[in-house]
Design a protein around this ligand. Structure first.
Ligand code: PMV
Length: 400
């Protein structure tokens, strides 16, 4: 029996794993040494943020969240099978299951234990026989608050789906369930990066009512067509790696006296945000997103240890931006994930004013600030052809 396998997952996913096992036994899923799976996944920015996990469970969020998909900020992942598959009876101990990760071209000496355990759990039906060489790269700075774990884990899981040829054997609904569940088990926010259509930009990840036995559900939200025009950019105030990864930060959420208050208020906010999405209520959206960013950062700053991304520059940026936006009646919303970089969501005709603000803030903070403008709404892509098509697009992001 392999050690470290994830066991806390819903029956629907167990059934799909069983289906893969049967397909393998029937010889319908064959993987040969050297076979490659390809995928590219977008990142996402949480508009209502997930912060805190249910204790003693695996990757169950204490609160529901809603995100916006960042099609231009992507991970590109290839997984190569190392090992062999036939004849199954003879390969029990031949291939020690050892995965290797090359991140942005460099071999990660030790693959993160969480990633290793996820891969073993997914490949359980095959795990005695193959390991994976994972080559993953991001087209944006890694681990600085642009959810690289979201795009990274979504792309990894989708590349494995390609390797296992799941699109030939699963219905669309089965595939989305398989992807969203495994991605969640890698990184919570990754579950919101698994949708294939460029039409669905708003994703809800609902926490279960029953914390002890329930499972969260990820779904694409319907929204008013005018939200289809929404644009996005990031001001990079700090591209250094985070000191505390969010996967660790969640553990400290409960140490803040503000956490239970925030969590209690989320269901109403989810409802209000869905209404704002349905009615294209921009001002309501602005209020909900900005308040929620402050509320999550208040929890982070008031727990133990304290994780504070509201640096002096960030605070100054936000107050000047809000003033500039309100004076000029610009339709734009700021938010901040776990990192000191500021995301702006805006309507298309506001880009010129945002560029103006960029110049202004560089002067005030007296530093060069990258402004990355998202140029794509593409969702998850699976398979070599689509992977290559999107990898060859050099205008996914514009750096101003
Ligand atoms: O998925 P994780 O474990 O990297 O946590 C993400 C947490 C936030 O980015 C801060 C919020 C969110 O909902 O994405």
């Amino acid at each position: 029996m392999l050690q470290g396998l994830i066991k806390d997952f819903p029956i629907e996913l167990k059934n799909l794993q069983e289906k893969i096992l049967i397909l393998k036994r029937e010889g319908k899923i064959n993987i040969q040494n050297g076979d490659i799976g390809y995928a590219s996944a977008p990142s996402n920015i949480a508009l209502l943020k997930y912060w805190g996990k249910v204790e003693k469970r695996v990757q169950i969020p204490v609160n529901s969240s809603i995100s916006y998909t960042l099609g231009g900020f992507r991970s590109f992942t290839k997984v190569t099978a190392l090992g062999r598959f036939f004849p199954t009876e003879q390969v029990q101990t031949i291939n020690p299951f050892s995965n290797k990760l090359f991140l942005n071209g460099n071999l990660d000496n030790e693959i993160p234990a969480k990633m290793d355990s996820l891969i073993k759990s997914i490949l359980y039906p095959f795990a005695q026989e193959i390991s994976l060489k994972i080559e993953s790269k991001n087209n944006f700075p890694t681990a600085c608050g642009i959810a690289s774990s979201a795009s990274g884990y979504a792309a990894l899981v989708a590349a494995i789906a390609d390797l296992l040829q799941l699109r030939n054997h699963f219905s669309d609904a089965e595939l989305i369930l398989w992807l969203t569940e495994w991605a969640r088990l890698g990184s919570g926010s990754a579950t919101r990066s698994c949708f294939v259509s460029s039409e669905v930009s708003f994703i809800k990840w609902e926490s279960p009512l029953d914390y002890e036995n329930g499972y969260p559900v990820t779904s694409a939200l319907k929204s008013h067509t005018d939200w289809g025009q929404l644009q996005h950019c990031i001001f990079i105030l700090d591209s250094n790696k985070k000191e505390i990864l969010s996967s660790d930060g969640h553990k400290f959420a409960d140490t803040s006296p503000l956490q239970s208050i925030r969590v209690a208020g989320i269901p109403l906010r989810i409802e209000m945000m869905e209404k704002a999405l349905n009615e294209f209520d921009f001002l309501m959206m602005q209020m909900l997103v900005e308040e929620d960013a402050y509320s999550m950062h208040a929890v982070m700053c008031s727990g133990t240890p304290k994780v504070c991304y509201l640096t002096a520059d960030v605070v100054k940026f936000i107050s000047l931006f809000v003033k500039f936006r309100n004076q000029n009646k610009i339709k734009a919303i700021w938010t901040l994930d776990a990192g000191s970089n500021i995301h702006i969501l805006f309507m298309p005709n506001e880009l010129q004013r945002i560029k103006e603000f960029h110049k202004k803030i560089e002067d005030i903070l007296n530093s060069k600030i990258s402004l990355l403008v998202n140029q794509s709404k593409e969702g998850l892509v699976i398979g070599r052809d689509d992977y290559e098509k999107i990898a060859s697009q050099n205008l996914l992001l514009k750096n101003l």
